[in-house]
Design a protein around this ligand. Structure first.
Ligand code: FES
Ligand SMILES: [Fe+2]
Length: 384
């Protein structure tokens, strides 16, 4: 089959997204497979969503102490999150100001960052400390040289960053979500489990999977179904920067694990599943919560940082282990099925299928509306 020129292919994608804008849930169909398999479309999503919108990089606790840092690649941008010895948490470009080498690797605690190539040294605020043999350079001022700082903001214990310097604050954009989640006090929950993986599926498949309750009963029949079955799912009205659903429990949350005293009884026994697209997914519970920070690596690979945060300091390690085991088990069930989804989406016989009722798959339609709105509305370049 002759390949379609890039411009025509992009126009096709945008036309498909434009055609669903504002359509009711009852007319919702899944997107064509090419949205999940075409590298060109992943490139567009990377530059127009992940390099333009706010993305979550993890929990504040990951860099709880001065000197703590972690590095990662965000759609081609090497970045560094560091708790400076001046007490400020920053997101910095992890790119040497000499000749561009990626400076820090992995995570840890440090007093300074040393570029491996020619040993330029930077402090934990990003300021250049030392550049060997550069004293005689006439047009270079070491004191004015620092690693570029990326816009960042803290919300509910998460660190968000944005490559777009003109973006409005994320906290403001999420005000509509506040009344739904505020009593849970997610910002007070502490990190007891963290994992970083690459899954062999499109990032949207993972997002959609985490954000719909339709599969809870059939796919997770021996795990989540027993706790949070599909029949207890209920769609939440989407906001400008979020969407989600809630799901009840089959049995009351144990009395000793009810979470923050601000919670109503109903909230205490409801899990709020919400997404702040493109990259943050949260399963908010009264006693503990799960979260996923996702970013595409390619059309069929997604990087996922996932964690569990717990409310209160009364948690015995064996109860934490039990929660981790359930989480790992269900995530593994998802991971296996998503391999098959990705395989099927690449088939010539795949065609968009109808979405189930609003309580079960309304969030998928909300996600598509986010894609449609974000990608079919003209914007200025992020390279500013
Ligand atoms: S590239 Fe970093 S010190 Fe030369
Ligand atoms: Fe699942």
């Amino acid at each position: 089959m002759a390949s379609i020129p890039k411009k025509a292919q992009t126009a096709r994608f945008l036309k498909a997204l434009q055609s669903i804008k504002g359509k009711p849930y009852e007319r919702g169909f899944s997107l064509p497979g090419a949205f999940y398999t075409d590298p060109l479309w992943t490139q567009i999503e990377s530059s127009e969503l992940f390099a333009r919108d706010w993305f979550c990089v993890g929990r504040v606790e990951e860099v709880g102490q001065p000197g703590d840092f972690f590095s990662f690649d965000h759609v081609g941008e090497p970045l560094l999150v560091v708790h400076g010895r001046d007490g400020v948490i920053r997101v910095l470009a992890n790119v040497c100001r000499h000749r561009g080498t990626v400076i820090a690797e992995g995570s840890g605690n440090t007093r300074k960052f040393l570029c491996p190539y020619h040993h330029w040294a930077y402090d934990t605020t990003g300021q250049l400390l030392n550049a060997p043999h550069l004293e005689s350079h006439e047009a270079f001022n070491m004191r004015q040289c620092r690693l570029p700082e990326i816009k960042c903001e803290f919300w509910q214990g998460f660190i968000f960053a944005n490559l777009n310097t003109r973006a409005a604050g994320i906290g403001k954009q999420l005000e509509a979500l506040d009344p739904v989640i505020k009593n849970y006090h997610l910002e007070q929950m502490s990190l007891r489990y963290l994992a970083d993986e690459t899954w062999e599926t499109n990032w949207k498949c993972l997002l959609e999977n985490f954000m719909e309750g339709y599969h809870l009963t059939p796919l997770h029949k021996d795990t989540l179904h027993k706790v949070n079955p599909s029949r207890l799912c209920s769609h939440l009205a989407p906001g400008k920067r979020h969407f989600g659903y809630s799901v009840g429990f089959t049995t009351r949350v144990p009395k000793g694990r009810v979470g923050h005293p601000d919670l109503t009884e109903e909230e205490g026994n409801t899990c709020v599943m919400f997404a702040v697209p493109p990259g943050l997914l949260v399963g908010l519970g009264s006693d503990y919560s799960s979260f996923l920070c996702i970013r595409p690596e390619s059309a069929d690979r997604v990087r996922v940082k996932m964690g569990l945060v717990f409310f209160g300091d009364h948690w015995a390690q064996r109860d934490v282990d039990k929660a981790v085991k359930l989480f790992q088990h269900t995530m593994d069930e998802d991971k296996q099925v998503l391999l098959r989804v990705q395989q099927g989406l690449g088939s010539r016989y795949h065609a968009p299928g109808p979405l189930a009722s609003r309580n079960l798959e309304g969030t998928i339609w909300d996600f598509y509306q986010y894609l449609s709105h974000s990608l079919t509305t003209a914007k200025k370049s992020t390279r500013n």
